[in-house]
Design a protein around this ligand. Structure first.
Ligand SMILES: [Fe+2]
Length: 238
């Protein structure tokens, strides 16, 4: 009986050495952690209390700056090379980033009003701020879902793991030390124990010792429960 020669499978189902590196996962877990924690804090704040209101203005501004920085890094180090290989790949995510920036303008206007409002007007402004921030959080959750379920598979099809890791490394290198501590303070408590252990083991191997020690001291220890810290120490000692 002659050998049966099967036709080649279409390209989209043919097994290929496809990249697997997920350059969104860890940082997006941190962003979800930061946004939802801050949303809950906004909801429980007594805005008639001047000090509490001022603290929330600082906290929301800091989060908007962090989110803006994240978008700029994605655009410079992911969108530009991705567009070069697939012209339409970033239409949706670019639109969502621009929409976020419009939300930042609206939120900053509310923050500025909160800073000068009399005590009697602050609770109503606090409600406006809470609702506006919740809207931004819901939009960013959808946006990150788009990036992780549509953009990431495309990146993994069009780039090698080495290229994806180089993009991620370019982003990490562009972040100044103090901002990196801020990122680690939201990323480390948001990830699983195995993920956390692997990330810090890689950091210990690749980053300057002082940077690694600073992350342990200023990001991991203050944000982890005693049980999670103890687990991390065990993993790093293994
Ligand atoms: Fe994004």
């Amino acid at each position: 009986m002659p050998d049966v020669i099967l036709p080649a499978a279409p390209a989209d189902v043919r097994p290929a050495a496809r990249a697997t590196h997920d350059l969104y996962g860890p940082v997006h877990k941190g962003i979800r952690f930061a946004l939802t924690q801050l949303l809950v804090r906004l909801g429980s704040t007594d805005f008639a209390d001047a000090e509490a209101a001022a603290l929330m203005v600082i906290a929301v501004r800091a989060q908007l700056a962090l989110s803006a920085s994240h978008m700029a890094h994605e655009e410079a180090h992911i969108h530009i090379p991705l567009r070069a290989r697939s012209a339409a790949a970033c239409v949706m995510v670019d639109y969502q980033h621009d929409h976020h920036r419009q939300r930042f303008v609206e939120l900053e206007a509310l923050l500025a009003r909160m800073e000068t409002a009399p005590a009697a007007a602050r609770p109503a402004l606090g409600r406006d701020l809470y609702l506006a921030f919740s809207l931004f959080v819901s939009e960013d959750l959808q946006h990150m879902h788009e990036e992780e379920t549509v953009t990431l598979p495309l990146l993994q099809r069009l780039f090698t793991d080495a290229e994806l890791m180089a993009m991620e490394q370019a982003i990490v290198s562009a972040i100044p030390g103090p901002e990196m501590i801020t990122w680690m303070r939201v990323m480390l408590p948001a990830m699983s124990r195995p993920e956390r252990g692997l990330m810090l083991a890689h950091m210990r191997a690749d980053a300057p010792e002082a940077a690694y020690e600073a992350v342990l001291l200023h990001a991991a220890r203050p944000t982890l429960t005693d049980a999670d810290w103890s687990d991390l120490m065990d993993r790093l000692a293994a």
